[in-house]
Ligand binder design. Structure first.
Ligand SMILES: Cc1cc2nc3c(=O)[nH]c(=O)nc-3n(C[C@H](O)[C@H](O)[C@H](O)COP(=O)(O)OP(=O)(O)OC[C@H]3O[C@@H](n4cnc5c(N)ncnc54)[C@H](O)[C@@H]3O)c2cc1C
Length: 477
């Protein structure tokens, strides 16, 4: 085995099953009787939305540690050396260094679609090919590569239903690839950093250790549990915030510990319509994830520019004191406050709660969606630039396929509907634990002495103010 190793660049694809880049590296390594060098790079992105957020760093560190072990378990030659070599910096410089040192001839990776890296990677591939490298890239993170999902006139799609219909009708989702039986891993080189490089706030993220199990093995376990126990009622339960009715696969999907194609094929019957409503609703969410990536490719600045430019003149108030109260869960609206505390305590928030708190920030408080999206980016373990920023724009009303601005969630009635007796609220706001369902959503009406704030803004006033601002904007168009 003296020929140079094949270089595989791992990114948000930290799994063995259905990993097209790894599968290809495995096949070539067998064909050429050579080893595989596994590399992960901490990139120095410029914009906050593309950097790894604080909670995500906690996940990433564990995921890399776990993946290194999984790779080593498959290695034909056992040793104590790590299988996954960690580098920091510009991928181009790191590849040039490795090409020079090890005479690499083949480089393989799964694509990422984040704006800051996407075009850079296309250019990088060209530069490396000019240097006579064989570069192979794959789609490992979506059901179908978003640019291939188009309408009748070959146009790119900005509306979810059209995207979903086209994806289902016109595409055969590739079957997931099996994990390699074994690997010949090249280990005789050091990376430039180790996992201690990932600095995180231990005091805050330490509690995530009790909540999440990170890595491919646990992603599969959780998915199987969901299939067995929850998916058939998913369409019904998914909206009830106090019910544990969703998969909680989002961080695993974000870091690529499980692939959407694998999920799809475990569920799909002969056709989409043959699946029950629970399964269809769940598969639709997996398509939403692809759709968000599609939007990021169509709106590369979705992290800071309104997709609907008509919102550029919207009269935001951006009161920082109110923003702080929202972040801390001190708005005086129990459902909002419990949800924000859930985010801080667990690094995750229920989808309906995400919609309600985002609506509250942008419509009740008239704070620009970017403030909220950045806070989510930093505190979610599943922070995903495409999904997060497009969802915030969707809720705020300025997204491509957005909920209309005039649809303003009432945090009190949402609470009554989706957490009727306040089970969820009481879990995160202990001071409200003695309230019954008549008072839990408006504690200020209770006769009990509670250490709980008054609402920072009156709902009816806030609703009227938001609508006035919105109609003013429309009039000036
Ligand atoms: C303001 C806002 C911000 C959000 N930010 C993120 C984010 O940063 N990362 C993230 O993964 N999701 C985000 N979501 C989408 C959704 O809330 C989460 O994916 C979901 O709550 C994760 O829980 P789950 O895995 O149990 O989801 P399930 O209900 O079990 O859904 C399965 C999977 O489908 C995908 N999915 C579900 N809902 C959506 C959606 N609306 N759009 C796109 N994909 C979806 C996720 O990958 C999820 O894991 C956001 C939603 C809102 C309203």
């Amino acid at each position: 085995m003296n020929s140079p190793p094949i270089l595989i660049w791992f990114r948000n694809d930290l799994r063995l099953i259905d990993n097209p880049a790894l599968k290809k590296a495995y096949e070539i390594s067998n064909e050429l009787n050579t080893k595989i060098l596994c590399v992960y790079i901490f990139e120095d992105y410029k914009k906050f939305a593309f950097k790894t957020g604080s909670a995500s760093k906690w996940w990433l560190k564990k995921s890399l540690l776990n993946f290194d072990l999984e790779l080593s378990n498959l290695d034909k030659n056992k040793s104590d050396l790590s299988s996954l070599k960690l580098f920091q910096g510009n991928p181009k410089n790191i590849f040039f260094y490795l090409i020079d040192k090890l005479k690499i001839k083949i480089l393989i990776w799964n694509k990422r679609y984040e704006t800051e890296g996407y075009q850079r990677d296309i250019n990088l591939k060209k530069i490396l090919e000019i240097k006579n490298l064989k570069v192979m890239t794959f789609d490992g993170s979506t059901l179908v590569e978003p640019s291939k999902v188009v309408g009748k006139k070959n146009q790119r799609l900005k509306i979810f239903t059209a995207y979903k219909n086209s994806l289902i009708k016109n595409h055969k989702i590739p079957k997931p690839l099996q994990k390699p039986n074994n690997l010949a891993i090249f280990k005789q080189i050091n990376g430039t950093i180790n996992l201690n490089h990932i600095k995180k706030n231990e005091k805050w993220t330490g509690k995530f250790n009790e909540i999440w199990q990170v890595g491919e093995k646990y992603a599969l376990k959780k998915f199987n549990h969901f299939l067995k126990n929850k998916i058939n009622l998913y369409n019904f339960n998914r909206d009830f915030i106090f019910v544990d009715g969703t998969s909680k696969l989002s961080p695993h999907l974000h870091f690529g510990e499980i692939s959407p194609k694998f999920i799809w094929h475990k569920i799909i019957k002969n056709s989409f319509e043959d699946n029950n409503y629970g399964e269809q609703a769940f598969l639709s969410e997996i398509i939403w994830r692809d759709f968000a990536t599609n939007l990021m490719l169509l709106f590369p600045n979705l992290n800071f520019e309104n997709m609907k430019s008509s919102f550029n003149n919207f009269n935001w108030i951006n009161n920082l004191e109110n923003f702080q109260k929202w972040k801390l869960g001190e708005t005086g609206y129990p459902l909002i406050d419990a949800s924000m505390k859930q985010l801080w305590e667990t690094g995750w928030m229920h989808n309906r709660a995400r919609m309600i708190v985002a609506s509250f920030l942008t419509k009740h408080l008239l704070i620009n969606w970017q403030f909220g999206a950045d806070w989510f980016h930093d505190t979610l373990v599943d922070a995903d630039t495409a999904v997060n920023y497009s969802s915030w724009q969707w809720v705020a009303g300025c997204g491509a396929d957005a909920a209309p601005f005039f649809r303003i969630f009432n945090p009190i009635t949402q609470g009554k509907k989706f957490d009727k007796s306040g089970v969820f609220i009481k879990k995160y706001i202990k001071t409200l634990s003695n309230l019954d369902e008549n008072n839990i959503h408006q504690p200020q009406n209770s006769k009990l002495k509670l250490n709980y704030p008054m609402p920072i803004v009156d709902h009816n006033f806030a609703r009227k103010r938001a609508l006035t601002n919105f109609y003013k904007l429309k009039k000036n168009l």
